[in-house]
Design a protein around this ligand. Sequence first.
Ligand SMILES: Nc1ncnc2c1ncn2[C@@H]1O[C@H](COP(=O)(O)OP(=O)(O)OP(=O)(O)O)[C@@H](O)[C@H]1O
Ligand SMILES: [Mg+2]
Length: 449
Amino acid sequence: MCFLSVKNITKRFGALTVLDNIELEVADGEFLTLLGPSGCGKSTLLGIIAGLERSSGGVIAIDGQAVNDVLARDRDVAMIFQSYALYPNMSVRKNIMFGLKMRGVPRRERDAAAVRVAEMLRITHLLDRKPHQLSGGQRQRVAMGRALVRNPKLFLFDEPLSNLDAQLRAEMRVEIKRLHQKVGTTVVYVTHDQVEAMTMSTRIAVMDSGHIVQLGTPGEIYDRPNSLFVAKFVGSPAMNFLPGALVEDDHGLVLDIGRPGSRPDCSVALGRIGRRELSGRQVVVGVRPEAIYLAADETREGECVLRRPVDVIEPTGADTLAIFNVAGSEVTARLGPGLNLAVGDARNFVLEPTSFHIFDQQTQLRLDIGRERRSESQFTQFAGCELGQQRPGREDKVLLLQAENLTDRRSMQAEDRCDFRGLWKRVAANLAGRHRSHSRGLCRSLMRV
Ligand SMILES: Nc1ncnc2c1ncn2[C@@H]1O[C@H](COP(=O)(O)OP(=O)(O)OP(=O)(O)O)[C@@H](O)[C@H]1O
Ligand SMILES: [Mg+2]
């Protein structure tokens, strides 16, 4: 069942559109993270869900009820911010109980609730301290206790950990995850830290300039980023990117990695699995650092082996990061610990082709190199259009990304809990209605995604 539903939410400040037609459905008990760079609209969306901001259009429904006209305090939603303003003159116990007191909850019940929540957050020994006697992490826990004690329908977190140092942040991540596992309340969590998003969420919505550009489980977002934007944003160390081109030979499609116009640094036969119609495309090849390893010999059938001197070595303890250069781009390989490697050593680096992520250089979208996953009729049926020649514009791309998310097989499995199919139909209706003039081109692009 969809617990929180965000339908066509738009927010404008004068001429500036900061949220553009946001669609999101969050299942009961989910931990959904809004992930994106500064200014992409995360806090604005969270504020609209909380009732602290009014949207310019669209509907927010919580537990099946439209709440657009319900005041923030009546939405039964608890919001936890980056700056957790505790009352300085009150003890931790009183800080936690304050909200209940305001609601007229009897003293005994308040006391019992504070003790229960403090146990859960492991701050029982701090109940009689004042906020200035606490560390940053302890204060953050008290702020969570204050929200938790109300037993709200929905938790909204807005970058709650960004004021903490790295070690505390890691501890609090575990704490919040443990808490969610225990209480099972639906959470919408905002962050620009991809590690937080990857480690805590059941699903992540990646945002860019007021749009959700990919929605999926952390595994889906990591393994199958649907655009260069998402690929660049998720992963640490970040994915490596190399210039490339798709060409055709007698045996099928070939991926050449190297600068355009110069001899390829390596070529990988994609053979019969490659879609020949992609021949001629300039692409960007994404390779995660862990998909690169060392080999003793330089020639390996079907693999991309590059003999290169090591420019920089970064031992991290658990791994050794080796940085080398390919086609003018810096490439990081994540190798095992304790390697006998020196700067300037020439080594054979194997880039594992099965884990390549290939993006169209022009549209910046992921290319499915393998055979068509979806039938033509699936798209034409929904979008009600036929094939054509036109290139998609920016707005089309966003819709394409939404369509891609919604039709991704792995996302479809989540439809038990959320009605993705309904959402997909709305996107399709959008395509048909708003893009009648160039729906032919759009359909063609849909076929390619
Ligand atoms: N009151 C306002 N008037 C005009 N523009 C605003 C207003 N509030 C926010 N914005 C703009 O809306 C956009 C989204 O802001 P928002 O605070 O939602 O971003 P964010 O994703 O939370 O960023 P951050 O990670 O920096 O907190 C920004 O470009 C911001 O400048
Ligand atoms: Mg913000």
